[in-house]
Design a protein around this ligand. Structure first.
Ligand code: DLZ
Length: 162
């Protein structure tokens, strides 16, 4: 691996970013953080597909569909649930987290969880600032790491079989 490969581990990866429009004053920042992180990892802009959905409840459905195309190495999932403003906070948070885990397991494509669950808008904004403290950034770098891990496991697969 050359030095530039090491500093750009995401080169050649294809990533879907599923973003909820609900609370877009926060999710827009998560999306910006994720795209910045993917670029910093060396993922080419043309290898990133951004998919908008109405709310966090719909994220697993779109993530599953994106993964099922076979075109993506990982799916970054971004949303924002604010307890004080959402009567059925627990239902949506639970559906989103379980839905993503099931969709990822069923499709074999890693899906990372960048869905904020906070008590207030202030807490949400604090997790959507600039740099690596942005949870969109964190979800994107985790997606690159998991995509690379899955590639390594696939190429080592024969040695791992029981
Ligand atoms: C309906 C709703 C509410 C009240 N709150 C939120 C929220 O805080 N964050 C979020 O991402 N989505 C919310 N939604 C929308 C639901 O996720 C979903 O889009 C709708 O119930 C339609 O299925």
């Amino acid at each position: 691996m050359t030095e530039s490969d090491a500093s750009r581990p995401g080169r050649g990866l294809r990533i879907a970013v599923v973003v909820s429009r609900y609370n877009d004053f926060v999710t827009g920042r998560l999306r910006a953080g994720a795209l910045e992180a993917l670029a910093a990892c060396g993922v080419a802009a043309e290898d990133v597909a951004v998919v908008d959905v109405p709310g966090s409840f719909e994220i697993p459905m779109a993530a599953r569909r994106a993964a099922a195309t076979g075109r993506f190495d990982a799916v970054v999932c971004l949303g924002c649930l604010i307890r004080g403003e959402t009567a059925h906070f627990e239902y949506i948070a639970s559906a989103a987290s379980h839905g993503l885990m099931t969709a990822s397991g069923d499709t074999g494509v890693p899906m990372t969880f960048g869905i904020l669950t906070t008590e207030s808008a202030e807490q949400a904004l604090a997790r959507a600032g600039s740099g690596s403290s942005n949870k969109g950034w964190e979800a994107a770098t985790s997606a690159v790491e998991m995509a690379l891990l899955f590639r390594r496991l696939a190429s080592a697969g024969e040695g791992l079989e029981a």
